[in-house]
Ligand binder design. Sequence first.
Ligand code: NDP
Length: 330
Amino acid sequence: MELLVINAAQVRQLLPMAACMDEMASALRALGRGEMQNPLRTFTWLPDRRGLLAAMPAIAPEVMGIKVISVMPDNMATEYESHMGAVMLFETTHGQPLALIDAGEITTIRTAAVSGVATRLLAREDANDLAILGTGAQAVSHLEAMLVARPIKRVRVWSRHADNRAKFATHVQTRFGVTVELTETAQQAVTGADIICTTTSSTQPILKGEWLSAGAHLNVVGASTAQAREVDTATMLKASLFADRRESVLNEAGDFLIPKQEGVIDNSHIRGELGEIMLGQIKGRQSPTEITLFKSLGLAVEDLVSAHYIYQQAIQHKMGTAVEFGSTRH
Ligand code: NDP
């Protein structure tokens, strides 16, 4: 038996942002129709809580798989990415392993692609003024996704360190030909913005509700545990909340759970899931002045569907490295 190994550079080639957005839209619709299994992920923390190992299994009709990924927030100051690991893809007839694919790059692309889907569904049609908080891997991929989702005319970016901001500006100028305005404060970045993406490793609010303009759409991406949040209670109160999956928000989203513990919102604050909007079961934005907020937690089905797409493309384009793996019955 052979296993196809696909590295990060190959993932970038085989999973373009626009294609990934289409794949993520169909994955979220399939999840909404109940065709996918996506148990809650497990986090196992290092003893000193500097980082963790996450395991994210999922099953679709034709394939199943698991993402295993380390999350090390302090890596921003090193040569290493903060998310590293692999997605292992299996077929569902005999359970044969098919591929081992770089998960850092899948995570970077698919997370932004889902925010792109959310932005297409929820942002105003004329939204063109973008703010990004954070200058790491997710900030770069979110810029790419927002450029696909809406006709962006202005981009402002903030993170705490000026050198990170400068590196981001140079990188996206080279990669996308986009000039960004770098700001000293988060408030300067978001004032008057139509679309705001929060993509930091912060565990405390970096975005305040009082800074938001009527009609803004927010993709709130960076915090993925019940104890951490990027947006304050006022932001959550002002916004109509949409989820990748309700169950994940109820268990994993400090952005939602902390205001809930404060007693200012309850579970009915979640308007619904992106899949439900696409299936016509709930309405998305209801007025040009409504503030919409997509809370992204990241789902195993997003990794699985991305991995399956990459695998099929790799077979078609004869890419990846096949290695002998496992054995058949004698
Ligand atoms: P990176 O390490 O590449 O970037 C982290 C960014 O956060 C940097 O811009 C850093 O810039 C900023 N930052 C770090 N600490 C703070 C702080 N205390 N306050 C404000 N800004 C801070 O990480 P990624 O881009 O890969 O991931 C960003 C976040 O998104 C992580 O928390 C990650 O777990 C999460 N994530 C969520 C996913 C989802 O599906 N929802 C999927 C993947 C990641 P500076 O130091 O200059 O402030």
